[in-house]
Design a protein around this ligand. Structure first.
Ligand SMILES: [Zn+2]
Ligand SMILES: [Zn+2]
Length: 134
């Protein structure tokens, strides 16, 4: 499936081909902090199926619990998180943040990772009062 992504201000844009069966959401504490959200949804992309079309994003190198390093890539102007890419010499798997994709509504996650750190109130989300706009 062809997808395209953009940060909020539009300075950084990319295209990718994703397998909709490789979309997952992650409850790890790093994702909670970086996304400033209860979880983050990502799609895995092979490096040769990812193309930066516009802009020069900023990179923050994260060292995971496993010791692996990943580049976390975001827009230096508006701060939107866009994707993670391999730090040098590692695998070529990109992890594209589904929230920045134009096709995000069609991409239903197939798995949830790091459920041990899931925020405790998340399972009661349907019971929380809903307001259609502000
Ligand atoms: Zn931006
Ligand atoms: Zn995570």
């Amino acid at each position: 499936m062809d997808v395209n992504g953009s940060c909020h201000c539009g300075d950084v844009q990319f295209e990718a081909q994703i397998d909709p069966k490789r979309v997952g959401l992650c409850h790890c504490t790093d994702c909670q902090i970086f996304a400033s959200a209860p979880f983050r949804t990502s799609a895995l992309v092979l490096g040769d199926q990812f193309r930066l079309v516009r802009g020069e994003p900023t990179t923050y190198v994260k060292t995971a619990q496993s010791g692996n390093q990943r580049n976390l890539v975001f827009c230096s102007r508006c701060g939107t998180h866009l994707y993670a890419s391999p730090a040098s010499g590692e695998s070529t798997i990109y992890s594209v943040r589904v929230g920045v994709l134009a096709q995000r509504a069609e991409l239903r996650p197939v798995a949830q990772l790091w459920c041990q750190s899931e925020l405790p109130w998340l399972s009661s989300l349907p019971e929380i009062r809903r307001i259609s706009e502000q």
